[in-house]
Structure formats: structure tokens, C-alpha cells
Design a binder for this molecule. Structure first.
Ligand SMILES: *[C@@H]1O[C@H](CO)[C@@H](O)[C@H](O)[C@H]1NC(C)=O
Ligand SMILES: *[C@@H]1O[C@H](CO)[C@@H](O)[C@H](O)[C@H]1NC(C)=O
Ligand SMILES: *[C@@H]1O[C@H](CO)[C@@H](O)[C@H](O)[C@H]1NC(C)=O
Ligand SMILES: *[C@@H]1O[C@H](CO)[C@@H](O)[C@H](O)[C@H]1NC(C)=O
Length: 362
């Protein structure tokens, strides 16, 4: 019997519509929660308990015997950082992590931070390399700010970067699934749009976009040549804004930095993002966690939308709904990344050479 005949009485029709809408709601909720609770190896991209997904890398039982030695070929950007016990961070066996090059011959792995060595091959380890030693190419900058990639080709066994397909995935942030739902309280808002920018390049995509946007909406700009924003005032200042412009300095796959994770999400401002395409953001975030500029044909359209949200509190609050179950998190320090390497080395046995790093890292 066709549905239309069954639904002649309005009460019955309302009931059916109600049941149907309940079903749709339940289905959506189920699908959503399933995504976040996927018990597979990757809980949510970037989550520290998610293992590196790399075909051919078979998780093995942590090896027994002496701990692995990891040599930091340089301190990243030459800055000494405090090392931590990986057993406390990830409940794994500790690694001996050192920046003392006397350990080169004994090291099971060497972490080479791209920026510190990229200007000359002579900056790379020179001595004979033990057959079992693994070299790890480490980089958190985008391709646009990673010179001389060519000299890194055919040298490394593992990659460590913000690219999700790295052997050791070290993103700028990720989402934690909460064990209990929370009522997230949106910080009190008294201002509209903020942007903090250190490298002001008038020719860049993001500055040009800002120049257009500011014709239609007021933007408070912080950073060198603009209003000052002391580090200890970062959070309290940015959290007063409804929106934060998380504009990346260059557009590359998975290159989503602390501008999103710390400045915007960390301070409870809704991120307005400019970076890789929207789908790329949605690998890491629910769709209603940020506003992508590409959704609007013009900067004027974006400005109009932000003003509408400013007027409509309940619409604005929708950008916080995901926080009922999810919490943004960031690596606390460099030691966190090194411990991820420690864990990966304990868990993986397939180490192929990356043939052409410069082709992969685009
Ligand atoms: C580096 O390690 C070697 C060998 O363990 C040790 O003799 C040397 O004192 C260490 N150097 C520093 C600066 O800790
Ligand atoms: C690591 O890569 C180098 C350079 O291609 C290669 O010679 C070496 O055998 C690899 N080491 C391991 C442990 O796979
Ligand atoms: C969240 O707030 C609502 C309304 O204020 C309240 O009914 C609910 O119990 C709260 N939930 C949690 C998890 O605190
Ligand atoms: C926001 O509200 C103000 C005051 O009610 C109104 O003048 C303005 O047109 C509204 N703007 C948008 C974009 O809805």
C-alpha cells in the first residue's frame, strides 16, 4: 500500500514524521559517535594513542632488552629543550634520548630536524652508518619554508611531520574524545574578529584576503607592526573575540598549525580558516568547528556571514556543539614528539627508505 494512503489522517502523519525524524536523528548520532569512537588504530587523526598507519609497518610487541637510543642530531632550531620520560607520557618502555653526538655510532635512530641541517649536506651525519640505524627526517614547517629538500632524498628511513601519511605523525593538534559529555561554556565575548600575524608579507595570499575583508568588517590585528600581544596575554585577549583568523602562511596538504589549534580553538574563538581545502580540515575536525573562507565566493560574503552570526547567538553557539564530546589538545613540547618517535621505533619493524622525500613532501 502506498505510504500516502496510510497517512491520510493528520495525527497519523505527524506520528510518522515524528518517528522518521527520530530515526534520522538516531542514525546521524550513531554515525557521528562511531566516527569518533572508531576503535581502529586511528582513534581520531593525530590522537597520541593512534598508531602511525603505514602499510608494511607491523606493530610488534615492544622489544625486550636494553632501551633504544635516539640521537637528536640537533636541538630543533638550536634550542635546548627539556627531555621527558616517554614511559610517563605514553606508557611505553623508555628510550634513551640524547643530543650528545658521541652516541652516533651506537644510536638505533637519529632524528634530523630539517631546518637545522638543510643548507648543506655537511650538516648531516658523516660517519659510517650502522646497517640497523634508522634515520628520521623531522620537519614541522611547510614545503614553502623547507629549503633544499633535494639533498634529503634517498637518505632517510622514516618521516616525521604534520603530514598524516608520515611514518611518525606529529600534528600541531588533535581532538580528544571525552569520556563524559561536558557543557562547554563559551568564554564571554566582547569583540568580533582577531588576527595575530608575525610574518607580514603584503604580497601573500592571506594579507591580500585580509585587506579585502577589512573593507566589510573590523578586524583587530596583533603582531609585529600591529597591536602587541604578550605571550601571557594571548589566551585572555583572544578568548574575548568571537572569531579568530587562522590563516596559514602557505597552503599545503595537512598543514594546519597552532594558528588553528592554539590561537583559535585553544582560546575558545571560532576559527575562520585559510589553508588547505575544507575537506582537508574535515579530516581532523567536525565540519561545524570552523568556517572555511573558500565557502564564500568573496571576502564580502564572509564578512556578511560573520555579522549574521554576531547577531544570532544560537547560530553562533552551534560552532561549539562538537565540544560536548571533543576537546582540542596540543603537544606540550618537543619532548612529546621525540617520545612519539620512541614509541614508533618500538612498534614498527618495516623500515623502508623513503626514495624521494622531495617528491613526497609537497
Ligand atoms: C657525551 O657522551 C660521552 C659518552 O657517553 C661522554 O663521555 C661525554 O661526557 C658526553 N658529553 C656531554 C657534553 O655530556
Ligand atoms: C635506511 O635507509 C638507508 C638509505 O637508503 C639504507 O641504506 C638503510 O639500509 C636503511 N636502513 C634500514 C634499517 O632500513
Ligand atoms: C548541561 O546544561 C544543561 C542545561 O543547563 C543541563 O540540563 C545538563 O544537565 C548539563 N549537562 C551536563 C553534562 O552537565
Ligand atoms: C545585525 O543586527 C543589526 C541590528 O539589529 C542590523 O542593523 C544589521 O543589519 C544586522 N546585520 C546582519 C548582517 O544581519
Amino acid at each position: 500500500m502506498p505510504l500516502s494512503e496510510q497517512t491520510r489522517s493528520p495525527a497519523c502523519r505527524h506520528l510518522l514524521i515524528f518517528i522518521f525524524s527520530q530515526f534520522v536523528t538516531a542514525f546521524c548520532l550513531f554515525a557521528y559517535v562511531r566516527v569518533f569512537r572508531d576503535p581502529g588504530p586511528e582513534l581520531w587523526p593525530g590522537h597520541p594513542s593512534a598508531l602511525t598507519a603505514q602499510p608494511g609497518n607491523k606493530p610488534t610487541a615492544p622489544q625486550t632488552g636494553s632501551e633504544l637510543t635516539i640521537l637528536l642530531w640537533t636541538w630543533p632550531f638550536g634550542q635546548h629543550t627539556t627531555l621527558r620520560k616517554c614511559s610517563e607520557l605514553f606508557s611505553i618502555r623508555d628510550c634513551h634520548i640524547t643530543a650528545n653526538r658521541s652516541w652516533y655510532h651506537k644510536a638505533d635512530a637519529v632524528i634530523v630536524h630539517h631546518r637545522d641541517v638543510c643548507y648543506s649536506r655537511n650538516n648531516l651525519p658523516q660517519g659510517p652508518r650502522s646497517p640497523s640505524q634508522r634515520w628520521i627526517w623531522f620537519n614541522l614547517e611547510s614545503r614553502s619554508h623547507s629549503p633544499n629538500l633535494g639533498i634529503m632524498d634517498h637518505l632517510f628511513n622514516l618521516t616525521m611531520s604534520f603530514r598524516r601519511d608520515s611514518d611518525i605523525f606529529t600534528p600541531y593538534g588533535w581532538l580528544e574524545v571525552l569520556s563524559q559529555p561536558q557543557n562547554f561554556s563559551i568564554p564571554a565575548k566582547s569583540k568580533l574578529v582577531a588576527w595575530a600575524v608575525s610574518n607580514w608579507n603584503p604580497a601573500s595570499h592571506r594579507v591580500k584576503y585580509y585587506e579585502e575583508l577589512k573593507k566589510y568588517i573590523h578586524v583587530d590585528v596583533y603582531g609585529s607592526h600591529h597591536m602587541s600581544l604578550p605571550r601571557d596575554k594571548h589566551h585572555s585577549t583572544l578568548s574575548q573575540y568571537k572569531f579568530y583568523l587562522a590563516f596559514e602562511n602557505s597552503l599545503h596538504e595537512d598543514y594546519i598549525t597552532e594558528k588553528l589549534w592554539k590561537n583559535a580553538l585553544g582560546s575558545g574563538a571560532v576559527p575562520v580558516v585559510c589553508g588547505p581545502p575544507r575537506e582537508n580540515y574535515e579530516r581532523f575536525l567536525p565540519p561545524d568547528a570552523c568556517i572555511h573562507i573558500n565557502v564564500f565566493p568573496t571576502a564580502q560574503g564572509l564578512a556578511q556571514y560573520l555579522q549574521e552570526l554576531d547577531n544570532d547567538t544560537s547560530q553562533y553557539q552551534r560552532y561549539f556543539q562538537w565540544r560536548t564530546w571533543l576537546k582540542p589538545s596540543e603537544p606540550a613540547d618537543w619532548a612529546f614528539h621525540f617520545c612519539k618517535a620512541c614509541r614508533a621505533l618500538q612498534m614498527t619493524e618495516g623500515y623502508q627508505t623513503k626514495p624521494a622525500l622531495s617528491k613526497w613532501f609537497q
